[in-house]
Design a protein around this ligand. Sequence first.
Ligand code: SF4
Ligand code: SF4
Length: 140
Amino acid sequence: MNHQQWESLCDGCGRCCLHKLEDEDDGTVYYTRAACELLDIKTCRCTDYENRKRLMPDCIQLNVEQAEYFNWLPETCAYRLLAEGEALPEWHPLITGDADSVIKAGISVRNIAKPDCDPENLFPEIISFSMDLKMDSDEA
Ligand code: SF4
Ligand code: SF4
């Protein structure tokens, strides 16, 4: 798989660009509504993808060698799905040919991501994608 093909697997949901909390005891990862400063909430895209590593040192650059550790990614993420031997979902842009199908399917974070959250107080922002994104789907 070349670089372009690898990048095209990203559906642009923006879920991995939300801040997360990890339970130090059991490693459970909890997603929050709090958006990375570089996330454009409307498009769910990084506003400076080329320079993200320099601007946001915590931003994780996914590569195929890390595939066995992709279980922190959302269950809908193509990188995680493929690492777990699953197929791409029917709403994935590579299947639909429509870059907005991730938004239309209610998978993106457009309607739930929040800017300017207090990084020291993220507990109130914890979300469950299955529940919180239904609103997004209903509005699409
Ligand atoms: S969760 Fe996966 S598919 Fe969604 S933006 Fe992140 S890398 Fe792309
Ligand atoms: S720097 Fe960009 S790609 Fe990385 S988490 Fe933030 S918005 Fe997402």
